[in-house]
Design a protein. Sequence first.
Lengths: 286, 286
Amino acid sequence: MRFAKGHGTGNDFVILPDPDGQLDPSADLVARLCDRRFGVGGDGVLRVVRTKAARTEVDGGQEAPEWFMDYRNADGSVAEMCGNGVRVFVRYLLDYGLASGPELAVATRAGLRRVREEADGQLTVDMGGAQVTGEGSVELGGQRLDGLAISVGNPHLACVTDRPLREIDISAPRLLAADSPAGGVNVEIVRITGEQEAEMRVHERGSGVTLSCGTGTVAAAVAAAVSAGDWQAGRERPWTVHVPGGTLAVTPSVTASLLTGPAEIVARGELTSAWLTRASERAVMA
Amino acid sequence: MRFAKGHGTGNDFVILPDPDGQLDPSADLVARLCDRRFGVGGDGVLRVVRTKAARTEVDGGQEAPEWFMDYRNADGSVAEMCGNGVRVFVRYLLDYGLASGPELAVATRAGLRRVREEADGQLTVDMGGAQVTGEGSVELGGQRLDGLAISVGNPHLACVTDRPLREIDISAPRLLAADSPAGGVNVEIVRITGEQEAEMRVHERGSGVTLSCGTGTVAAAVAAAVSAGDWQAGRERPWTVHVPGGTLAVTPSVTASLLTGPAEIVARGELTSAWLTRASERAVMA
């Protein structure tokens, strides 16, 4: 079984090339692949499959893109979209001649996503519209922070603060607002550091503190744009957002938020048959 | 640049095949390879190089083995030996026809190591002699444990206890004994669970809590053998030692401790030239 490994601002993925849809990786195999010590290691799996061969409902209609990003979380569960993952997915398509740029569309479980390769090799993804849905507050390391509830397809609470972000313990956020959705939200702390520039730390629901989160940077940019008064005025301006894994550019929008960032393929190769055999034996025993 | 990835009881390594000694991986490149999100990911690098091509002093004399295990820690520093690493190293040699079993020797910076492949594919390594060098004590999660100072080439403090190991916080051991060597020791907590059977948790100096530690299991077996009275009587008997990453068999000895355990190669492939180029650019910038 062939694989590749890649990352976007430190959010890393095991890529499974499967153009003709011959693989049907079980949740167990995905979890074993993502295991950082007993497997290849990654935050998730990106299966690269032609849309017409994907055994799933893909909402693309007449426009259905050639490639479907079958994204799975590290625990094996099916996921919809990932702003860092889709850049890595497109980087893989472009690097190995499976698609040509600079503009292309990718099918995902959250619908079609348009991606553009910039002159410097970075990739811009249309992340769809973002909405401010309300307010909320969270307790972080014993202190309360207030923020905005923001939907980027998935739910966020983005809290703008003047405090140095490293002084804030985001390892165990406790939501204080009563109207938080079931399953929790992603929590971002955001500090505006300059003209259209901010830094962000994120706690992802289900994953904990991570180096980067694509939808989280969009939510952070929305919160920053609200602070600047741009959001209320309908002005769409780009923000530079620094995350622990690197730097992204975000233009938040109610219709089509744009996220620009790097993606690179680290390596590619083959899983050994010995490992695959033992992985399936363990699955049977488990 | 070709690579493979393998592990022994969850202690995982990036393997760099370099038979003719043409690579001279910098500390920076090793650290980037071992980075679990921006690189391949591993606890260390095993460079597979012919002894005569290795640019290092290898103590082998007339008997110098064909292959030298050039072992590096994840931070890029040079290391001497690793009981889990040498099994992975030999598994790689055997799986890819670079050596034939069932018995072979490997050159390491700690000297020659003899390895034997067992009928079930597990590998037995002669880890050299172990010595009880004294006593010591350590504070773990606010409680004091007494143990034995044991040398397995590197220094250990192995503490036998009746308490369930999961109740003991080994994340931040504080040595209470004044005669601990500079650079600290590896700390093991050991519970005897049956006839010649024990479980062990380890805090490795410089690495923290890990899933497994080859020399640590030898030290644990020595401490268990002392508890059983075998060590003092000069009886060498095998112990089954359970660690979080799996199970190992250890026969501790003052002359030639034997460590038996599994090793598997997960995958192999090539690093992309794009990643290697960016890695070297980053190294120049750093």
